[in-house]
Write a protein that binds this ligand. Structure first.
Ligand code: OOG
Ligand code: NI
Length: 355
């Protein structure tokens, strides 16, 4: 048996920029180039034991995540460049805090369509978050214990948390429901294969018309985003506290990103702080990408963004020496107040706002 991991001799993203600029078609729906295996080196099972968990080898699971990540990096130049920049300051090592997906909460197309992959590979369902004004619900999932042995960067490092949300379709207007139900129906059994769709970067339903997209966008930007992006990664989040100083302080990281010319989501202020003061988050404004609608209309649509999260040490561990502090000693989970503003990273207001 073999497993794959990024070649340690070459920067993990070296092949990505060329695959982005060499995209054969700017059409968002076209399939991206398949995973470029040249950036992986083959590792024999005897060397690959660090990827094993108590429940088995996770190299297949990580390859699926890696396919999703590849689609995300190919489509989102801002996220790709920021990852390259941050990695270059940190021995090419970064940890992901979480991955996030959006779904339509209707007929099996909701959270459970995407969570299945993670539950099958040892993740645990944690808390639910509600966003009544946005008509959204979210669940987050923690990775299996003791698989933090991943010694690489990103997807090949400690497994990230997962944040999956769904639109409460029943609460939408009849017109919006009709559009959403039309496409989820056309998707057939697509929702059972959301991971494949995410790793290939294709929708499980046909492309909508421009009118349908516009109509959804008027009612819910989240709905319109999901209609054209489907199960693709909405964002990955860099774990700020696991970077080297000075970027392990999210304020320095934010400044660094802005100094490089990138726009951060300013909704409710750039830095989102949980009421307990222990979960600090920020994010870029999403990239946009050319999209050809089914009626031939062409327009750019919002794609994905990248987030940063700093989890502070819990009060009961405040006296631990710094070199003894591990992820379990830090603030876990998510926060409705923070998330509510992070959702706006794909909003028209943020996309069109001057830097
Ligand atoms: C998710 C926004 C919330 C977080 O970390 O709280 C979030 C989304 O935009 O789909 O990512
Ligand atoms: Ni997030």
């Amino acid at each position: 048996m073999i497993s794959i991991r990024p070649s340690s001799s070459s920067p993990i993203f070296s092949s990505l920029r060329s695959s982005f600029t060499n995209r054969s078609s700017p059409n968002f729906i076209s399939l991206p180039s398949t995973i470029n295996h040249s950036r992986f080196s083959m590792v024999s099972a005897s060397n690959g034991s660090q990827y094993s968990s108590s429940s088995g080898d996770d190299s297949f699971f990580r390859s699926v995540l890696s396919g999703m990540e590849q689609v995300y990096l190919n489509r989102n130049p801002t996220a790709n460049t920021i990852l390259e920049l941050v990695q270059s300051t940190d021995d090419n090592q970064i940890c992901y805090d979480h991955l996030a997906y959006r779904t339509f909460g209707v007929d099996g197309h909701g959270i459970e369509s995407m969570s299945k992959l993670f539950l099958d590979f040892g993740y645990t369902e944690r808390e639910e978050l509600r966003f009544p004004k946005k008509k959204l619900k979210a669940l987050w999932f923690s990775p299996p214990p003791n698989v933090n042995g991943g010694s690489g960067s990103g997807i090949h490092g400690p497994l990230p948390r997962v944040f999956i949300s769904e639109l409460l379709v029943d609460q939408m207007s009849p017109e919006a429901q009709e559009i959403i139900r039309k496409y989820t129906r056309l998707s057939g059994a697509g929702h059972k294969h959301s991971a494949i769709s995410s790793a290939l970067g294709c929708l499980t339903w046909p492309k909508p018309s421009h009118m349908e997209f516009q109509q959804l966008a008027r009612e819910s930007e989240y709905a319109a985003w999901t209609l054209v992006n489907g199960y693709t990664l909405n964002h990955v989040t860099i774990s700020a506290h696991r970077l080297k100083p000075p970027l392990n302080d999210i304020n320095n990281l934010n400044q660094y990103i802005q100094d490089k010319g990138f726009k951060l989501n300013s909704e409710g202020g750039v830095l989102k702080v949980s009421p307990d003061g222990l979960l600090l988050q920020s994010s870029t404004v999403a990239d946009s990408i050319p999209f050809e609608f089914s009626d031939g209309m062409k327009e750019t649509v919002p794609c994905s963004y990248i987030e940063f999260a700093q989890r502070l040490v819990l009060p009961q561990y405040k006296d631990l020496p710094q070199d003894k502090v591990e992820e379990v000693h830090r603030r876990d989970g998510f926060e409705v107040g923070n998330a509510d503003k992070i959702f706006e990273s794909t909003s028209k207001d943020q996309l069109t706002r001057a830097a």
